[in-house]
Ligand binder design. Structure first.
Ligand code: GLC
Length: 482
């Protein structure tokens, strides 16, 4: 067994990210994007920090990256009556050390989530975070956990490891409060390895609720926009409002950024042609290519409305399906990329069959194609019912695709309505299908009848500042304050 060599502690803090996904290894959604980009931004903002990350070693990733990882050895994780194997792999990339937790039974599966034993899998993983710390002898000042999958990290610290790690502090980030990690109360001890005397930490509404447990036990809680931090206290907390309010003293909303180096129309290799805010000609080439890929007529002057989204109700998909007939009366094309609930997938597939010259649909999760869509789209729709932060609207701006968003969470914090002065998109307030349709009509009017103003708007959008600098500094201030 090779033991990890303990690197000398740097001057600054030791921060350990515990997260179930992160780019560039695996991202099924925004959390993975943000975990990867945030650690990179922290490393840049605070080079004296030693930033490490623990991730599950998923099967597909193992196959692709085996040669790039070093096997450090194995240890054992105890989860109630289970003694589970825990292999520890290491990879150092761009100044950050990654540890991958190897257990094929739990992680060698096609999908990262959605299994009957997800509770057990992530309880194991959260326990493994402590095992990895012990094994590698990397003792962080702060563990930063994310969403329900690692919510047990601050819970376990409070319930089991305070004697071992009296100085360790925890930050818990809520990326989306809709997914709380709820389980039947009777598996508290058997699966989550918590004694009945600790039930109060995690129980809520007759369930085990892991998010609730993390909110109660973490030293600091953050969420991904200032507006969402307010909303989840008042009506937008999916039942957890009272708990959030009680713990509001340790809550802050820090807006996500996007990785502006990756998302750059000037250099992005996914595009058919690169372009800049000053020279937009290349954007038309991307639009043409996109129309071709989706089998739509290559009409350059037709407004192209795009939706890149998980097809779930909180993304506001109901509003779009509701206005679809009216939308198709307008002189526009519509295309969609995404997967999700079957009812929506079927609806859009039927639309594409019925209106092949106007509607293009690809039911898939396909980041490369998404890149081309941002570059080719005229408008990006994001009428979410709730949106903790949202990344699509920021990426869209960067590529000169004008976002039409509903004012909720991070959408309202990042997009300003161009109808009320200088703006980078269109914003409507109420969750109302007709309001969405009216907003699309107004955008279409600007696009068709005031091309110079539209181009101006594209310039504004492309110049919006969505870098990570300010937010990375906010996280540093938070860590320093612990
Ligand atoms: C979740 C949220 C999204 C947010 C992302 C990253 O996916 O739904 O709004 O942008 O996490 O924090």
């Amino acid at each position: 067994m090779v033991k990890a060599i303990v690197t000398k502690k740097k001057q600054g803090r030791n921060i350990l990210f515990a997260v179930s996904e992160a780019v560039p290894f695996l991202a099924t959604g925004g959390m993975g994007q943000v975990a990867g980009a945030l650690t990179a931004a922290l490393h840049e903002a605070q080079p004296d920090y030693d930033i490490r990350m623990v991730l599950p070693l998923y099967g597909a990733f193992r196959e692709r990256n085996e040669p790039n990882m070093t096997f450090l050895g194995e240890t054992t994780v105890t989860l109630a009556w289970r003694q589970e194997y825990c292999g520890v792999f290491e990879m150092v990339q761009d100044g950050i050390t990654y540890y991958f937790v190897d257990n094929r039974r739990y992680f060698d599966r096609e999908k990262a989530y959605g299994h009957f034993d997800d509770g057990e899998r992530f309880a194991y993983f959260s326990k493994a975070v402590f095992a990895v710390m012990e094994f590698t002898e990397f003792v962080p000042d702060v563990i930063h956990a994310h969403d329900w999958q690692t919510a047990l990290v601050p819970i376990y610290l409070k319930a089991k490891f305070t004697e071992q790690h009296p100085a360790l502090r925890t930050v818990f980030t809520i990326h989306n409060l809709e997914y709380q990690g709820k389980f039947a109360p009777d598996i508290l001890t058997d699966v989550f390895d918590l004694p009945a005397s600790d039930a109060g930490l995690v129980e809520y509404d007759n369930c085990i609720n892991l998010m609730k447990g993390a909110i109660v036990t973490a030293d600091k809680i953050t969420t991904v926009s200032p507006s969402y931090a307010e909303e989840i206290q008042h009506g937008g907390g999916f039942g957890l409002e009272p708990i959030i309010r009680e713990n509001a003293y340790k809550l802050s909303g820090i807006i996500n950024g996007i990785d502006t180096k990756t998302y750059n129309p000037e250099t992005d290799t996914l595009l058919a042609k690169n372009y800049t805010a000053k020279s937009l000609a290349g954007k038309a080439v991307n639009k043409k290519k996109l129309q071709e890929v989706f089998g739509l007529p290559q009409e350059s002057d037709k407004m192209l409305l795009c939706l890149v989204s998980r097809l779930v109700s909180h993304k506001g998909i109901d509003l779009i399906t509701y206005i679809m007939d009216d939308l198709l009366q307008l002189d526009v094309q519509f295309l969609l990329l995404g997967t999700g609930e079957t009812q929506y997938e079927l609806f859009f597939e039927e639309q594409a069959i019925a209106h092949p010259r106007q509607v293009g649909v690809n039911i898939a999760y396909h980041p490369e194609l998404a890149g081309l869509i941002y570059a080719g789209a005229d408008v990006m729709l994001m009428p979410s019912r709730s949106e903790p932060c949202g990344l699509t609207q920021m990426i869209a701006c960067r590529y000169g695709a004008i976002p039409i968003v509903r004012k909720t969470g991070g959408l309202g914090d990042t997009i300003t309505d161009c109808r009320t002065g200088d703006g980078n998109g269109f914003v409507f307030e109420e969750y109302d299908a007709m309001l969405l349709l009216d907003t699309i009509r107004e955008a279409l009017d600007l696009y068709q009848n005031h091309p110079a103003d539209w181009e101006n708007l594209m310039g504004q959008a492309m110049q919006s500042d969505f870098g990570w600098d300010v937010s990375a500094r906010a996280y540093v201030a938070l860590y320093e304050g612990l």
